[in-house]
Design a binder for this molecule. Sequence first.
Ligand SMILES: Nc1ncnc2c1ncn2[C@@H]1O[C@H](COP(=O)(O)OP(=O)(O)O)[C@@H](O)[C@H]1O
Ligand SMILES: Nc1ccn([C@@H]2O[C@H](COP(=O)(O)OP(=O)(O)O)[C@@H](O)[C@H]2O)c(=O)n1
Length: 705
Amino acid sequence: MYSTAFIDLPALDAAAGEVRLPGSKSISNRVLLLAALSNGTTTVHQLLASDDTRVMLDALRQIGCAVDEAGSSVHITGLGGRAPRAPAKLFLGNAGTAMRPLTAALALLGGEFELSGVARMHQRPIGDLVDALRQLGCRIDYLGNDGYPPLRIAHAACAPAPDVPALVPGVPPLALAEPIRVRGDVSSQFLTALLMALPLAAGRQSIVIEVLGELISKPYIAITLELLARFGIVVERQGWQRFTIAAGSRYQSPGSIHVEADASSASYFIALGAIASGAGGPNGAQGIRIAGLGLDSIQGDIRFVEAARAMGAVVTGGPHWLHVQRGAPGQGWPLKAIDIDCNHIPDAAMTLAVMALYAQGSSRLRNIASWRVKETDRIAAMAAGLRQLGASVEEGADFIRITPPPRTEDWKAASIDTHDDHRVAMCFALAAFNPAGLPIRIQDPKCVAKTFPDYFEALFSVAQLAAERIPVICIDGPTASGKGTLAAALARQLGYRFLDSGALYRITALVALRSGLRIDAGHEERIAALARTLPVRFESDRVLLGSDDLTEAIRSEEVGMNASRVSALPAVRAALVALQHSFRRLPGLVADGRDMGTVIFPAAALKVYLTASLACRAERRYKQLISKGFSANIADLCADLQERDARDGTRSVAPLKPAQDALLLDNSCQTMDQTVALVLAWWQEKQFGAVSAPGRQPGAVTAPG
Ligand SMILES: Nc1ncnc2c1ncn2[C@@H]1O[C@H](COP(=O)(O)OP(=O)(O)O)[C@@H](O)[C@H]1O
Ligand SMILES: Nc1ccn([C@@H]2O[C@H](COP(=O)(O)OP(=O)(O)O)[C@@H](O)[C@H]2O)c(=O)n1
């Protein structure tokens, strides 16, 4: 997962290959609650691992369910008629799929609970559900604003299971004789919550729920009914207005249950297949194959396929897979504009808004009022991002109309504010396929953790981009100027890969000496042969050679000096070129060394030549070595650095020198934080044209040459 402040996606154009998607969020959290209410132990396979399921699992543990996580499976032993453990304070993050059903279930089970979430959760309405539960006789108080979480459930026990006596005598019986009325036109989660909770009270009598107003998001109710059936609860449905839970209902675990891949998450990859040219996947694969989800899915968002087809996507599928390809030119590509009622696919419909950027004409998405009360006001968030990209957008209470930028040159490089909304982040990533070849910045990419923590990794695994178009920042310069520290910090902040090319020379020198090879021209070929097959891996901050951890061993000054000698051998340098190029992968690379900008990545978009005075560098290296437990003295270090710089600068192949187009930066008088901020500002300027980070430090930069 990318936990950086933002992620910059370079312009992409092709995608091919297979993606595996995380389990459905809607199914995962419903199944968890149903398992918790059931008799017996349920093994849930392919459970989505995400923020929303995490808060649900934590809450279930708190109320007394046994939860045992084993890889992608979770075993849950339900309450099975036992009272939940109380009192309990449950924090439910921003998970509506936990807040609503748990409120209903705990209100009926009895006990004292406080349910709260993040600030946005406290702005998401729950009043209609609370009204319905109060009608029944449950006691629920608002702890903040009326109609919104946080909530306090104070009722002791209002709905004992048939064979359990009421825990507190004198509790008024639940008013179950009359139909329970709930509004269906704000969020279908209120009805889902009641449908999952009321079987707890349907021991002796059947219970009727009536929906007031037109029910939105019906497919989610269909999922609820399908899953209730798997846990032994029969609900008779008359249209979408009246639901009857049979008398004698009792939750029974099905033993084990598989969670389908998430159909809403699939929408991004269906859209990807529809907009990306699709050749060149592994083994010549064409288009995008989505594993774990078929056309017969029980999830409503599978109907996104129909909308994508209407726009031009070519989608085929079987029971557990989908395949998507871009339509033929003039038929399905460019995409066709669409005017569609999105009530049946409220979440996936956001993806259509970004697909509309690639359509001919204006697209209108209607009946999406529920977007206003989701993780953020999604109509406003989508409209803002689309406008930033150059589209014309009209928005209303329950619709959005999108007209793409008229010409290629009307597209703009945008920095998308994701408002802590996973879907905003995921669908705007598709704007990276813009015809203008502009990068897209997605702010706070970790918000995708809500449903798809490895979304960007999955996107990069199928996105195809010629290596020379993957962004590279080169940091070259003499020893101890701070290249490594700067490059690592940039990579961390940008979410880019990091190439410490010096480490490759250090490892080669160490391995050569350990193999008994003197480092001189006479052994050049044998050392090059070693270098060509180094089984080196960089994992977090560790440098591994096979199973050997060389992180510390390669950092001695002696190894540094030998690295300088080994690096003067042309055959060794040639042997390490392919390995260095292999680090250039999405979303980008920061490479640190001596010849990154001159030889290895000569077309890199940003090259920095980092220097500092000899005295500064010697003092920095001295402190660095002492802190790592090596002995050192300044005078020897000065001599070593000079010798190393002289050898690096005068060797015949790839000598140390600034690339023609490198920006020279003397950081003798800067802190590392200042250096990092300055280079980030240059990178921002290169990519997006404006410097928003700290300005240039006067005098710190000299023009090259
Ligand atoms: N601007 C700076 N101010 C103070 N210390 C620095 C600065 N730049 C680097 N250092 C320190 O100098 C040492 C050498 O930096 P390093 O990144 O290893 O250099 P290089 O990779 O160029 O050999 C490290 O301990 C680092 O923390
Ligand atoms: N791209 C590179 C990187 C390092 N090197 C050599 O490898 C040695 C060790 O590199 P390093 O970056 O780890 O060295 P320091 O700058 O940290 O001392 C340098 O002194 C260079 O001689 C090189 O020739 N080319």
